[in-house]
Design a protein around this ligand. Sequence first.
Ligand SMILES: [Zn+2]
Length: 505
Amino acid sequence: MSSDIEELRRELDIVDVISEYLPLERVGSNYRTNCPFHPDKTPSFYVSPSRQIFKCFGCGVGGDAIKFVALYENTSYLEAALELSKKLGKPLNISSITKNQRTLLALDRASDFYRESLLGNQSAGEYLKRRGIDTRTLRKFCVGFAPPGGKLAEFLEREGLLEDYLRTKNLVKISEKNYKDIFSRRVVIPIRDPSGRVIGFGGRKTDDGDSSPKYINSPESDVFKKRKNLFGLYEARDYIKDEGFAILVEGYFDVLRLFSEGIRNVVAPLGTALTEEQAQLLSRFTKKVYVLFDGDPAGARSAKEASRLLVRAGLDVHVVKLPEGYDPDEFVRENGAKELKKLISSSPELFSSLINGERKDLGERIKEFREFLALVDDEVKRFALASEFCAKNKVPFDTVWEKPKEKRKKDEQKLSFKERVFLKGLLVLKPNLELKDIPLREEVRRLAMCALLGHEHELPEDVLSLEVEKIDKIFWDVLEKMKNPGRRRRKRKEDVLKTEEKQVI
Ligand SMILES: [Zn+2]
């Protein structure tokens, strides 16, 4: 009987596996010990049975049970997996490991390689220090450095994962035994999916003097989908839960910088504007988000675009206004993290700021309010917001209330026979009557106005095509019934009584 790699992961217990190599001491729901991978005097190596991972807060190394064995025994991940599966009596069928699983293993090992390379590179380390990224953050995110030359290719070759890594297009084959790492000489930041697997990298150049782009990202691949993942979500998810909200920033370094300042519930899009899928993804982890973009016109525009998507995803959105010309890093450097936290927590919710009108004039606010209101999916919430806006600003309800177009269409389809006759009659007969005296549904009233004005094109097809004999007679009957909706029932009751009388007689 053979197993695949996911099955093997499920069957292994990380505490059992690591206990065979190291003495583990229980602390709360986790275990800890001295790290075997760096000189460690205080126990900084933690094992989490609930998440089935290990992580060293001294050197940053981390992963699952198989990876621990691979590192400890100095073999490849696949060899370690094979050994462990044999011990369990269910030898792993290597050919059953899918292409994507192998690509993910290769990305994970590349990330380890970069992380270790950073430890040996003084100038990259100094660059990160200058940018205000502290050691704890570097380790949490496994920030690394891509050395020039073919070292990464050699490393992955030894791991048996070179071919798999080439599929990511992060490494390009130039000639036999000659590879180019697209991140060469850059600080490398691993990008993880929400369950923590490395799926790609972002690379920042450390010398702004050369003419290459400041940032580059992994190309799209079978495992790296920019539209569908958020940077920092895996690292921030527990903090988002604790704080009850997320902070959305523009770039990777904003996330790392704020994390270094103790603000850890922070995520960013992947080098592009926020996407619909990313907004949806975030809404699975929290219902409230603070948008913290640069304090310039471009930042304000991006913040508005992002807010639209976030509102549509059902989130409560707060837009944080940084002073003109500041980005989050500059603001923190000048004013400290405490002031930024204050600024964040005092930022009003988007709808309430439009309702209470701190900044703009009423006309502008109505326009913006309507735009955002149309994005709210929940009808009850939409109605409540519209009512609040109108009460607060003393404007009529229909200034801001408009049924979404699809809804209007649905209502048109639901016209009753009576309503259709009524509308057709108005259109054909143009009777001289006061609509306000007739109880009508909102939508029918609108259509009635159109009919009286002769705006045929506004009326639905099932009114226009309605064929009624003697419309001039039926119309007045219908009108009578509409004006006195109670009478019909009474009349019918009388009819019934009459019939009964007849029967009795
Ligand atoms: Zn360590």
